[in-house]
Design a protein around this ligand. Structure first.
Ligand code: NAD
Ligand code: SAH
Length: 413
């Protein structure tokens, strides 16, 4: 029995789903393929991903492939209640409500797993964590799953290194058709979109401090610059720091950047990147936002602790008045601003990420019995097939090697 906010909002959820599906051509073609081949006939799939319209379409595609699908979110603030209602109205088991507390969030994850799934889709490792602990008994049918994001992958590799991984997982994040587009262009656009939506303030002329120059940070810095921001980058990796400097950004430690910034955006996957000594020197009115995995990149506990008053200035903006009168503004409670205060990545981007997830689950359903309990990369033929489908949907064609060129490239000298 689904646990959602309000089933009467299903119509608005369907409008959102029907809008995005017309901009997800790769998933549309997989939908047609799965409807005919039914690769998941009789299988149960549990998924924990940001529950919004594109994710709902992925759930529909998996069901078209024969699966019974159990759905929850992967962040208490990114669930869109009308989309959850749409899926529940159509026979899916959905356990998700926007704004639930930690206990209910955890309970929803467990309920999603209680069907003893054959396959999982995880985003950040919450399902995997439970299946290695409290929900260990729910692994009886488990073939394996796909992990969506960088931080989830780090945790899988840590578990594998400790010899503890109990089922095969596919590293969807590191496929080319995922991180090159989703992490970079998706996070770049949707993070600024979430910030602008929430604040209704301008980027042009602001000093935008981007912490972390990985795939997400690169996208945010690129889009911040494109909108007229003066972009500063902080890093801990010397190579990434050179890359940022040569891409035309100012690189400096957070201690220095803290004094300069008007808008701070973290995208590191690390913790306490912005902390008390930085809050002390920030300008009045600064905006603090996070685009990385979890709400620990900005040390909000210290921020709230140091403030003499913490209040909601408007939805999505927590004002923190410091003892000297300055106000520091934390967006979306320090959670992923693009999803907690926006719609996340655009449909055309999730088209590729979710096409990979769908094809990886099909791969697991076919080959699971031959796989070991370790982290696998996405098979290159799946990455290439997704790229070709995307390219053709964009009306772009490319050259191919002539036999002579192929031979030339294989020559030893
Ligand atoms: P990445 O590994 O490519 O980049 C992270 C960068 O942060 C690295 O260059 C690293 O050196 C740097 N870094 C680490 N600790 C730091 C610190 N203390 N100070 C400054 N820099 C530091 O990872 P990515 O793919 O860019 O992902 C970053 C985070 O964003 C992850 O947590 C990932 O799960 C999340 N993510 C979010 C979205 C979204 O929709 N908001 C999308 C994809 C990934
Ligand atoms: N559990 C984590 C999840 C990390 S989110 C949390 O604390 O929220 C990072 C992932 O969100 C990315 O890898 C990206 O693929 C995914 N994402 C971004 N926009 C999305 C969208 N519109 N719908 C579903 N997933 C999205």
């Amino acid at each position: 029995m689904s646990e959602i906010r309000d089933i009467t909002t299903a119509k608005s959820g369907w409008e959102k789903i029907n809008w995005v599906r017309s901009y997800m051509p790769v998933l549309n073609s997989i939908n047609a393929e799965f409807s005919a081949a039914r690769p998941f006939e009789g299988k149960k799939i549990s998924m924990s991903i940001h529950l919004e319209a594109k994710t709902a379409y992925l759930a529909l595609v998996l069901r078209a492939g024969g699966a019974r699908v159990y759905v929850t979110g992967c962040n208490p603030l990114s669930t869109q209640d009308d989309v959850a209602a749409a899926l529940a109205s159509d026979g899916f088991e959905v356990y998700a409500r926007r704004g639930v507390d930690e206990a209910e969030y955890e309970d929803h994850l467990k309920k999603t797993l209680s069907c003893c799934p054959d396959l999982i889709i995880d985003d950040g490792g919450d399902l995997t964590r439970l299946l290695h602990g409290e929900c260990g008994d729910y692994t009886v049918n488990l073939i394996g799953g796909g992990e969506e994001t960088t931080t989830g992958i780090h945790r899988l590799f840590a578990r594998q290194a400790a010899g503890q991984l109990r089922f095969p997982m596919i590293d969807v994040n590191d496929a080319d058709c995922k991180h090159l587009f989703d992490n970079r262009y998706g996070t770049g656009q949707s993070t600024l979109d979430g910030i602008m939506n929430t604040t209704n303030l301008i980027i042009a002329g602001k000093t935008v401090v981007v912490a972390g120059y990985g795939w997400c940070g690169k996208g945010i810095a690129m889009r911040g610059k494109g909108m007229g921001g003066i972009v500063v980058v902080t890093e801990i990796d010397p190579v990434k720091a050179i890359e940022a400097q040569m891409d035309g950004f100012d690189v400096m430690p957070m201690d220095k950047a803290a004094e300069k910034g008007d808008l701070f955006i973290t995208a590191t996957g690390c913790r306490d990147v912005i902390r008390s000594e930085h809050f002390e020197v920030m300008k009045d009115g600064v905006l603090l936002a996070n685009a990385g995995h979890f709400d620990v990149e900005i040390d909000k506990k210290s921020l709230y602790g140091a403030a003499i008053n913490v209040w909601e200035r408007k939805p999505g903006i927590t004002g923190c008045r410091m003892p000297d009168g300055r106000i520091l503004n934390l967006l979306a409670e320090g959670r992923l601003v693009n999803l907690a205060a926006g719609n996340g990545h655009p449909a055309e981007i999730m088209d590729m990420s979710f096409a990979l997830q769908a094809k990886c689950l099909e791969y697991l359903a076919k080959n699971g019995s031959t796989l070991e309990n370790r982290v696998y990369q996405v098979p290159p033929e799946i990455d290439r097939a997704v790229a070709l489908l995307k390219l053709s949907s964009m009306g772009v064609s490319i050259d191919s090697l002539s036999p002579g060129q192929e031979q030339y490239l294989k020559q030893t000298e």
